[in-house]
Every structure is written in structure tokens, then in C-alpha cells.
Design a binder for this molecule. Structure first.
Ligand SMILES: *Cc1c(COP(=O)(O)O)cnc(C)c1O
Length: 236
């Protein structure tokens, strides 16, 4: 429920931002003759007020990205009520695994074998199998989490044997100065893994691209774009 004019303006701004992003994705699809109709637009909601999140959902967003277990806890009931899909995308501390596994549809930020095994254990207790993405640190940046290209395969095989998780693809946060080669490199890795037909690995999602680089990411096969600022900040 929108209660006053100021909120109405905020709502329209968010709605406009979302339409603009969707239109851009559509245009890229037409330009490159690729099917972009199944690309998921995720609203990333770290530090965003609940009201604003509601406006995004009321503007058609069906997928929410949460970075923090604490914020996820606070909003869990709201998401359930709104019937949106929720993915966890932040670095997940081992002591938070329990509370997160039961609240999300997917954990995109699996950055260690240890974390995967804890998720698996917890999911088994809940009688489910948790869809996960394997996070890749494409440029081996020290301040980022994720597997490197060099060791991703052996770790992925190990994780694929855990019965409480299902590997559904890859996720990455690209470096700020995104050299073109990284987009290509991760797309190649995604295709390589698909072609290997590993048991319990089904490459369905490549989660790549944020406000600053989603257009480029889509050109390289991304089918989940994770957008925060371009939806929620006023960009005049
Ligand atoms: C914050 C964040 C995003 C969104 O970034 P914006 O630049 O605000 O679009 C996407 N993915 C992850 C993992 C994030 O932490």
C-alpha cells in the first residue's frame, strides 16, 4: 500500500528503473539474436528498506538476492507472503548455514568444499536437496571469495558427490576493470563443465553481471543478472 506522494514517486522510480533494465536486456537479445527471454532479473537488497523491496516486487521482480543472514531472517516472512524466490549471494559464514538453508531457494555463493558439505548436511536434515551455484573468483582477487579456474574442477567433483546439494551452475563477481577475457573465460568454463556431463551437476544458471556490467554479462551467456544500485538508487 502506497501511503503518500513521496512514496508514490519512489515506487514509480523503481518501476521505471526495472523496466529500463528489462528493455536493455531485450534489446541486447535482438542485437545479438540470442534468446534473452529467460534471463532472471534479481533485485539485490542489501541495505535496502523493506518498503522499497516491496515496490520492486510490486513492479514485477520475482527473484530477490540477499547478502546477509541477518537481513534474510528479518524479511523471511515477508518474502513468503509475497511468494518470491530468494537466493543467498553473500559470503556465507559456517555458523549461519543452518539458518539460511531453510529460508532460501538457492545458495549462489558456495566458495569452499567445507561450506558445501555443511549446506549438504543441513539440507539432508531438512529432507531436501539444496540447489547451489559454484562461485568463481575469475581474477584470483585477494579480497574476493570463490574457486580459481585452476582448482574448480576437482572441487566441483567433490561437491557433486554430496547428496544434500545439487550443483546448478556458476556465479561470479567480476573485477572492476573487467577485461573482456574474463567474461569469455567464465562462459567457456560453464560450457566445459556442461559438456563433461558430471553426475549431479546440471548447468542451468550462469549468474553474472551487476549494475555496471550486466549488459556485457548477458552477451556472454549470463542468465541471472544481480542488480542493486540501478534498481534502488536514484540515478539522475
Ligand atoms: C551488491 C551485490 C550485487 C549488486 O551490485 P550493484 O552494483 O548494486 O548492482 C550483485 N551481486 C553481489 C554478490 C552483491 O554483493
Amino acid at each position: 500500500m502506497i501511503e503518500n506522494e513521496l512514496n508514490e514517486m519512489e515506487f514509480l522510480r523503481i518501476k521505471k528503473n526495472i523496466l529500463k533494465i528489462r528493455k536493455r536486456i531485450e534489446e541486447i537479445g535482438e542485437e545479438l539474436k540470442i534468446d534473452c527471454s529467460k534471463i532472471k532479473l534479481m533485485a539485490v537488497v542489501k541495505n535496502v528498506k523493506l518498503e522499497m523491496i516491496e515496490y520492486a516486487i510490486d513492479s514485477g521482480v520475482k527473484l530477490i538476492g540477499e547478502n546477509r543472514a541477518q537481513e534474510l531472517n528479518e524479511r523471511f516472512e515477508f518474502y513468503k507472503q509475497k511468494k518470491v524466490e530468494v537466493h543467498f549471494i553473500g559470503h556465507l559464514q559456517t555458523n549461519k548455514v543452518k539458518s539460511v538453508v531453510e529460508k532460501v531457494n538457492m545458495i549462489e555463493s558456495v566458495d569452499s568444499v567445507k561450506l558445501a558439505s555443511l549446506i549438504s548436511e543441513q539440507a539432508i536434515k531438512l529432507n531436501k536437496s539444496m540447489p547451489i551455484l559454484i562461485e568463481i573468483n575469475v581474477a584470483n582477487e585477494k579480497n574476493k571469495f570463490g574457486f580459481s579456474f585452476d582448482d574448480v574442477f576437482e572441487n566441483l567433483i567433490q561437491i557433486s558427490k554430496m547428496s544434500g546439494v545439487k550443483i546448478n551452475g556458476l556465479m561470479t563477481v567480476l573485477p572492476k576493470n573487467k577485461v573482456q577475457q574474463y567474461f569469455q573465460k567464465i562462459q567457456n568454463l560453464y560450457i566445459d563443465i556442461s559438456n563433461k556431463k558430471i553426475d549431479n551437476v546440471e548447468m542451468r544458471f550462469l549468474s553474472m553481471g551487476m549494475s555496471s556490467d550486466f549488459e556485457e554479462a548477458v552477451k556472454y551467456g549470463s542468465n541471472i543478472v544481480r542488480i542493486g544500485r540501478s534498481i534502488f538508487e536514484s540515478l539522475n
